[in-house]
Design a protein around this ligand. Sequence first.
Ligand SMILES: CC(C)(COP(=O)(O)OP(=O)(O)OC[C@H]1O[C@@H](n2cnc3c(N)ncnc32)[C@H](O)[C@@H]1OP(=O)(O)O)[C@@H](O)C(=O)NCCC(=O)NCCS
Length: 179
Amino acid sequence: MEEKIHIRTHIALTPFEPGDKPNLVLYLNDPVLYRNTLRIPSPYTDADAEQWLNIASENRALYGRTYNWAIRHTEHGVIGGIGAFLRTGVDGHLDEIGYWLGEPFRGQGIATDAARVMCAWLFETRPALVRIEAKVHSDNPASVRVLEKAGFEREGFARKHTIKNGELIDVILMARIRE
Ligand SMILES: CC(C)(COP(=O)(O)OP(=O)(O)OC[C@H]1O[C@@H](n2cnc3c(N)ncnc32)[C@H](O)[C@@H]1OP(=O)(O)O)[C@@H](O)C(=O)NCCC(=O)NCCS
């Protein structure tokens, strides 16, 4: 079964593929991206990309469908990623999403479109899902804006919620509830 979710002309969500390694290394070596996320190492090496591609492939086999999507451009290949964490399992009521977009492609509404499409797909394919949340570092207004435009509401400010490199980070809790 081909898995592909249309986002806009030239851009779709698709599974990651082994050939995506060079783009992952290219776009994930980015200080802004590193600062605003928790699981992306810096520097981001070939081995990190291989490990990620294995995880994505194993998850796909485990769940029988993709939850870690590549944001793929017909000309440029993978330009970003968006995924669900399956917080309460595939049949659970709660999930969390995370996403990134390569620096050359920012500021064009692509992450917003990806988040909208991802939420619609999650609600459509998972009947028990009621709540999708995202946690954003408090100094990442672009991501808060993406979520607002994708129908999320700001629910709270969690002080010293996360530790990154030994530093305690405040996060903004955003959530979207099934209508
Ligand atoms: C956050 C990220 C995904 C946004 O991607 P994007 O495709 O540029 O986002 P969009 O173009 O859809 O929307 C960005 C919005 O943020 C706004 N924005 C950008 N920088 C901003 C800033 N410093 N302050 C306030 N708003 C800002 C833009 O103006 C735009 O809003 P608008 O359409 O109302 O003008 C991208 O910057 C990224 O990958 N960052 C690093 C990883 C990351 O932060 N991931 C999210 C972790 S929670």
